[in-house]
Design a protein. Structure first.
Ligand code: AHR
Length: 324
């Protein structure tokens, strides 16, 4: 993007690209006949700063709209999320929002919600189910596009050459699956290769530990690039790289996904080279969708955020206005 002011404005805006019907999102979320909504939200946990910003957005927006939010922190366990959804069903909430930890294993509990006539919106991470009618719609980022954006940036920056160490997100989660597969597809046929790959579970301390283990296996000159599936793992990794006496961002290219203010600042400081945004500020868009579903109106099958990209060309202008 040539105009940095326009880029900034766009990065501040939680733009929604819709696939399916009803492309317009309302700016407020009146409940049917003015009834205050009670919504159950089954969150994955608090594994990253991105997740904390996502939870805050959901809670703040609920308060703003007079929504009674029943919030459950799954603490990184799918069974906790499934129990939470069952509880929400027992409590006869008006709707349920799930940010699913992993992609599979949701069918039985979604069938229970459907039988109880409680609509479900899937937020942030996608699920794999045979029967798509088990949930009303998906709102979140396109993780495949994010992985491809990182790969395209690297291909341009390196002329398609380099050995990559990959820090994957939570095993079985949609962002780990999609950010890996789309990235791997995009570098096919170039001289870029993933030489090793380990999960750091989207956690900063795990990212540091995995990078420390990599640095015992691979010395300076054995690898050129670290691709982290999120900023927290990248920030942990750059600490490990610096502790090992290497310069992150110079001796090793570091690329990641999320767009945390701290990661964009690390670009300004020369320690991270490229960050693709994954906007966590989902409250307004999710509750707009919930309000429509509860009112019996159609919602798009998929609503994707429009995510920006930051590197040395625009990070300085962007960092001041990052909201998370
Ligand atoms: O599902 C979104 C991912 O989950 C974010 O990239 C990561 O930071 C979070 O934990």
């Amino acid at each position: 993007m040539k105009n940095p002011n326009l880029a900034l404005l766009l990065s501040l805006t939680f733009t929604v690209l819709t696939v399916g019907c009803s492309p317009k999102a309302s700016t407020s979320a009146p409940s049917p006949a003015g009834k205050a909504l009670t919504i159950g939200f089954a969150q994955t946990g608090a594994e990253s700063d991105w997740r904390k910003a996502n939870t805050k957005s959901m809670k703040d927006e609920a308060e703003k709209r007079g929504i009674t939010l029943k919030f459950s922190d799954g603490q990184g366990k799918q069974e906790n999320q499934i129990s939470a959804v069952k509880n929400f069903i027992t409590q006869h909430v008006d709707a349920i929002v799930i940010a699913p930890l992993v992609e599979t294993g949701w069918e039985p509990v979604l069938k229970e919600a459907k039988a109880a006539k409680i609509p479900v919106i899937i937020s942030d991470r996608t699920v794999k189910v045979d029967d798509e009618s088990l949930y009303a719609g998906f709102v979140g980022s396109d993780f495949k596009t994010e992985g491809k954006m990182v790969a395209d940036w690297l291909i341009k920056k390196t002329n398609g050459k380099g050995r990559i160490l990959e820090l994957q997100g939570t095993t079985g989660s949609a962002p780990a699956n999609d950010r890996h597969s789309a990235f791997a597809d995009a570098i096919k046929g170039t001289g870029l290769t993933i030489i090793d790959s380990q999960s750091g579970d989207f956690r900063r301390d795990n990212g540091k530990q995995v990078m420390e283990a990599f640095l015992k296996k691979y010395k300076k000159g054995d690898f050129d690039i670290v691709y982290a599936h999120n900023d927290d793992m990248a920030l942990g990794a750059i600490q490990a790289i610096a502790d090992a006496g290497l310069k992150p961002g110079t001796d090793v290219l570091v690329v990641s996904i999320d767009g945390l203010k701290e990661a964009v600042q690390a670009i300004v400081d020369g320690k991270i080279n490229c960050v693709v945004e994954c906007n966590p500020l989902a409250g307004a868009v999710v509750y707009d969708a919930v309000a429509k579903v509860v009112a019996g109106q159609p919602v798009p099958r998929i609503s994707y955020n429009k995510d920006e990209m930051f590197d040395a060309s625009n990070a300085k202008a962007a960092v001041a206005t990052r909201q998370y």
